[in-house]
Design a protein around this ligand. Structure first.
Ligand code: CTP
Length: 246
């Protein structure tokens, strides 16, 4: 499926307990998080305790870099470009992903969109079989992109994305309408066209209509399940998934 499917069973098979890393890219409010949630639900993971989850999801937003005092002031006015690759700490993302691939437990900070900074809360990500990383620019940085075993691009039209983003930013991210629209026109839209959209070509699977596309999500889940079920040695007749094999 990606450039390295043949290698997977040899070098990245579950026998070596290397997680299967899936990148999920797409424009703002395209439904990346919902696609990830649905994949996790269908793999029967949502109802499990964090420590028992075999499929986990991380957001690229946890890897926004800290702002300088002057950038902080601009951010509060909606005049900072959070959609430019420079807004991210890609080295930190790379380090954490390498640790995950090495089977280590990692701490991933939570991002606070109201203060435009990393909060003091974090999530512990325990070693898992499948790790989903979602974000607008997860395919932008070549070293990060090359780590993914599977790349998905959530392709939702821009009107739908804007219609979702406006109420979300006002209700959940403490913004006002004028600020949201200015930020969208000045930064979000141009950066989407310059940095995010060109990364669609790296995707193995493009998901039109995003999370509404249950057929695509089902196909992806079956593929993940096939990899996990067929490649993982069964222990006591059990492969670790629920009874229906999910
Ligand atoms: N952003 C922001 N303020 C910040 C940090 C990020 O407005 N302090 C915005 C950026 O403009 C960027 C967006 O957050 O466009 C990235 O988050 P997005 O991809 O929209 O959120 P998800 O919930 O991950 O996406 P989806 O709706 O696709 O699940």
């Amino acid at each position: 499926m990606s450039e390295k499917p043949a290698d997977y069973s040899l070098t990245n098979g579950f026998e070596s307990k290397t997680p299967f890393l899936i990148g999920v890219a797409g424009g703002t409010a395209s439904g990346k998080s919902t696609v990830c949630q649905k994949i996790m639900e269908k793999l029967g993971q949502q109802q499990k305790e964090q420590t028992e989850r075999r499929v986990v999801c991380i957001s690229q937003d946890s890897f926004y870099r800290s702002l300088t005092p002057s950038e902080r002031v601009r951010a509060e006015r909606g005049q900072f470009n959070f959609d430019h690759p420079d807004a991210f700490d890609d080295k930190k993302l790379l380090t954490i992903l390498k640790e995950i691939l090495a089977g280590k437990k990692v701490e991933v900070p939570e991002y606070d969109y109201v203060t435009n900074s990393i909060s003091n809360r974090s999530h512990t990500i325990y070693p898992a079989d499948v790790v989903l990383i979602e974000g607008i620019l997860v395919f932008y940085f070549p070293e990060v992109r090359d780590l993914f075993h599977m790349k998905l691009f959530v392709d939702t039209d821009s009107d739908t994305r804007l219609a979702r983003r406006v109420p979300r930013d006002i209700m959940e991210r403490g913004r006002d309408l004028e600020q949201v629209l200015n930020q969208y026109m000045n930064f979000v839209k141009p950066a989407f066209e310059e940095f995010c959209l060109p990364t669609k070509k790296f995707a193995d699977v493009i998901i039109p209509r995003g999370a509404d596309n249950l057929v695509a999500i089902d196909l992806i889940v079956h593929h993940i399940w096939d990899i996990m079920y067929k490649k993982r040695p069964r222990v006591n007749g059990c492969n670790g998934f629920d009874e229906d094999g999910r």
